[in-house]
Design a protein around this ligand. Structure first.
Ligand code: 5CA
Ligand code: ZN
Length: 405
């Protein structure tokens, strides 16, 4: 698939690092390598409804990681999928009497324009499920060879006893996993399954359900094998970072990692698993099903500077759960105005770029970086020109690392 337009990122003159981020498996900060080509897979959207601020926050977080990782010296090979065929999309199409493909194209286009507005660097590989059917079939065949697949009335399931580390990403007990599996696309109750936690790999063809003819028979991929197959193909058997929102820890990231490790026989699937906190509105997780949504596209259409939206997102640490308030956006609009006024002063910049780098390489501490810039802007606008260095360097650093132009 076509991603979206590239973003010009200014070169940073300083190199920052070491870079540490929080890994959901070890529940500790781990150091990411900066001296080589690194790989990052972030789960993409299911394009059945308009992308909202929660999605935007997740992709801005991983974009900020990519920017800091680059400034630390790494070349980042970034891959993202689009779940352009799955149950929610097909159900929405049926409910609205529309073609599922039309909905996917329309919503993926909206997502692309949101990402462009927020200055998110596009992935090098932007890959749809529909264009990955062959990859999925190849991986299911590998899983079969590993004796990890069984057939239930034509559907293929992954035998969960083959998983190395089940529960280690989300830190859930077996009972807890079974309890939430059905809310997250699983079918623990289906009669005939060997284990309630076995995950669907291949859904055989049914009336009014899209399917592709393959050597597995006609059907379509399960959700977790889609991401495993795409990540393995474009990034190799061990990726540096697997990312997404915290709602993807279980089952999605647990299952994708299990499928990948069983298929390749190599482990770990990812050196670090990173998860963003859920964004809420009116006290509840912003979600398509609840309908409590704020849209980037609506805000930008009403004349809001997308950089103020990005700044609102970054004023929250990516791992916290936070709530969207319109007043936070007002604060960001005013902040951006102050920063730009301070940066247009001919001199007076105290050199805070090293401190900004130190904050950001410490598990992406964007609120701390914003606080440092606030203090600097305040001092500069109050005529503190004790250090005559040029604001250009600072402006470039803010642009390169935080993505705020
Ligand atoms: N296509 C799958 C991943 S393979 C999927 O989960 N799609 S999604 O459209 O439902 O979500 C896309 C990304 O946005 C996921 O990483 C998800 O965790 C994240 N996300 C969804 N809602 C929120 C929210 N309220 N706050 C933060 N991130 C969210
Ligand atoms: Zn995924």
């Amino acid at each position: 698939m076509q991603a979206w337009s590239p973003v010009a990122v200014p070169a940073t003159t300083q190199t920052f690092g070491p870079l540490r981020v929080f890994d959901s498996v070890s529940q500790e900060l781990v150091q990411l390598d900066c001296d080589r080509e690194v790989t990052m897979y972030v789960c993409g959207i299911t394009p059945y409804d308009a992308t909202h601020m929660g999605h935007a926050a997740t992709y801005v977080a991983f974009d900020t990681l990519q920017r800091i990782w680059r400034a630390c010296g790494a070349t980042v090979n970034y891959t993202q999928n689009v779940t352009d065929v799955d149950d929610p999309l097909i159900e929405r199409a049926a409910a609205t009497d529309r073609d599922w493909q039309d909905i996917a194209v329309e919503q993926t286009n909206l997502f692309r324009s949101d990402m462009e507005a927020l200055r998110v660097i596009p992935p090098a590989n932007y890959i749809g499920a529909v264009e990955s059917i062959d990859l999925v079939v190849e991986r299911i065949n590998q899983l079969k060879a590993a004796d990890a697949v069984y057939d239930l009335d034509g559907d293929l399931y992954y035998d969960i006893t083959k998983a190395r580390l089940l529960g280690e990403i989300a830190h859930l007990s077996r009972d807890e996993m079974i309890a939430i599996f059905s809310q997250r696309g699983g079918d623990p109750q289906r009669p005939g399954k060997h284990d309630p936690l076995d995950a669907l790999l291949w859904r055989h063809e049914r009336p009014n359900d899209p399917s592709w003819p393959t050597e597995l028979g006609a059907g379509r991929p399960g959700w977790h094998i889609e991401c495993a197959a795409i990540a393995l193909k474009y990034l190799g058997n061990t990726i540096d970072v697997q990312g997404g929102g915290s709602d993807l820890k279980f089952p999605h990231h647990e299952m994708s990692a299990a499928h990948a490790e069983t298929a390749t026989g190599e482990q770990p699937f990812a050196r670090a698993f990173m998860h963003t906190g859920m964004v809420a509105l009116n006290g509840e997780k912003m979600s398509k099903s609840l309908g409590n949504l704020v849209f980037v596209s609506k805000l930008t259409a009403s004349g809001i500077d997308p950089m103020a939206i990005r700044l609102t997102i970054l004023n929250n640490h990516y791992r916290t759960e936070w709530e969207w308030f319109d007043s936070s956006l007002d604060t960001a609009v005013a902040r951006l105005e102050r920063w730009r006024a301070a940066l247009s002063q001919p001199a007076g910049a105290l050199d805070i770029t090293a401190q900004i780098g130190a904050a950001l390489t410490n598990d992406l501490d964007t609120p701390r970086a914003i606080g440092l810039i606030d203090e600097w802007a305040h001092a500069t606008l109050n005529g503190d020109d004790s250090d005559p260095s040029s604001p250009t360097l600072l402006s470039q650093t803010i642009d390169a690392l935080l993505g705020i132009a």
